[in-house]
Design a protein around this ligand. Structure first.
Ligand SMILES: [Zn+2]
Ligand SMILES: [Zn+2]
Ligand SMILES: [Zn+2]
Ligand SMILES: [Zn+2]
Ligand SMILES: [Zn+2]
Ligand SMILES: [Zn+2]
Length: 355
């Protein structure tokens, strides 16, 4: 038994990271406004926080500050509540707890969080100690304005009904004792968005073993290059293909993405590889032509009388200045194109250093 799991883990570990890095960047763990990954700790510019309103929205502290400073009509977050940015923002403790679970790490280019463990530790409701879930409405997380949370069921039990035009429930947060009124007993919130994203990703990657019909993530499945069988689990691989050449399906999938990427990027680059030299050659020919014609025009001034010579001279200078104007504008664009490409090139080197 021990041997099997060592075999399986070794193969999975080998390529799991590639697959996860590709596929498992959680969009919901980046600020919804500036796309910066949230910080795991409080007091940072990218600490997750949320609006204080009936249409709770997650964003980082920096975006909260920026949005708050704007006139309400110019804010990215719009809802019918007039008090969205009225109060001092609290860190979203639920989010920070999730990020600190040890299941996530920032991916190589620091663009987002990827999963580093086989399964993710879902935060629990601090009242009933049940894991939050998106499949069971009672267990859905209810995020409080103070950034703490509890499940829908515990909120229903602990909150007190109040009569107010729009607010119906009053609750003292059991963790920070902050008392706040709420309009409904369940609502959309950033943790729910994360749970939904997680479940979507898991379904997307789930595969069934063609032999034993056990379900497992794609990167725990294999194909056999010797007998041509695709999609079987590690255990069936051990039993039926132990002397065969088997490949991790995650690797096959990554290879597919790689080829698709090649296909997409090649014509993109090729287009400029072809059109730049052509345009350049055309341009140089025109400049030579221009030079010949302009010098010829200047040469004719000698044969003119005073006034027409003066007009002609002015005309020649104007044409020269016009050419300069056109070319200077082009040079500006050419330079910014150059520095733009240089910047992109330096990204390749950065990626090499961090990998
Ligand atoms: Zn932000
Ligand atoms: Zn709002
Ligand atoms: Zn609960
Ligand atoms: Zn609280
Ligand atoms: Zn199997
Ligand atoms: Zn085989």
């Amino acid at each position: 038994m021990a041997k099997k799991s060592v075999y399986r883990d070794a193969i999975i570990d080998l390529h799991k990271h590639d697959v996860l890095a590709f596929k498992f960047v959680f969009k919901s763990l980046n600020c919804a406004l500036c796309s910066t990954p949230y910080s795991k700790t409080a007091n940072e510019v990218n600490t997750p926080t949320q609006t204080w309103c009936v249409d709770i929205q997650a964003m980082c502290m920096k975006c909260h500050e920026e949005q708050r400073a704007r006139a309400p009509a110019l804010r990215a977050h719009q809802c019918k509540d007039p008090y969205c940015f009225e109060y001092t923002p609290c860190p979203s403790y639920c989010f920070m707890e999730l990020l600190s679970s040890g299941c996530f790490t920032l991916n190589q280019n620091l663009m987002g969080y990827v999963q580093t463990t086989q399964s993710i530790t879902i935060p629990e409701c601090p009242i009933c100690n049940e894991e939050y879930s998106i499949e069971n409405s009672q267990r859905e997380p209810f995020i409080l304005y103070c950034g703490h949370g509890m499940c829908n069921e515990c909120f229903a039990k602990m909150s007190k009904p109040i009569t107010h035009t729009s607010l119906k429930y009053n609750l003292e947060c059991p963790q920070c004792k902050r008392r706040t009124a709420y309009a409904q007993e369940s609502w959309e919130n950033p943790l729910k968005i994360f749970l939904r994203e997680l479940s979507e990703k898991q379904t997307e990657l789930k595969r069934t073993c063609g032999d034993c019909e056990k379900e497992a993530p794609l990167f725990e499945m294999f194909q056999c290059n010797d007998c041509g069988k695709v999609m079987f689990c590690a255990l069936c691989g051990m039993r039926k293909h132990h002397s065969h050449k088997i490949v991790d399906l995650g690797v096959v999938e990554v290879k597919k993405w790689m080829n698709a990427t090649y296909e997409a990027i090649t014509p993109q680059i090729k287009a400029y590889d072809v059109c730049f030299p052509e345009l350049q050659a055309d341009l140089i020919e025109k400049i030579h032509n221009f030079q010949a014609k302009a010098l010829e025009k200047v040469g004719k001034i000698e044969g003119l009388s005073y006034d027409p010579a003066k007009d002609e001279l002015r005309d020649c200078l104007a044409i020269g200045a016009k050419l300069e104007g056109i070319c200077e504008k082009y040079l500006g664009d050419l330079r910014s194109c150059n520095t733009g490409i240089e910047k992109l090139l330096s990204r390749f080197d950065e990626a090499k250093e961090t990998s």
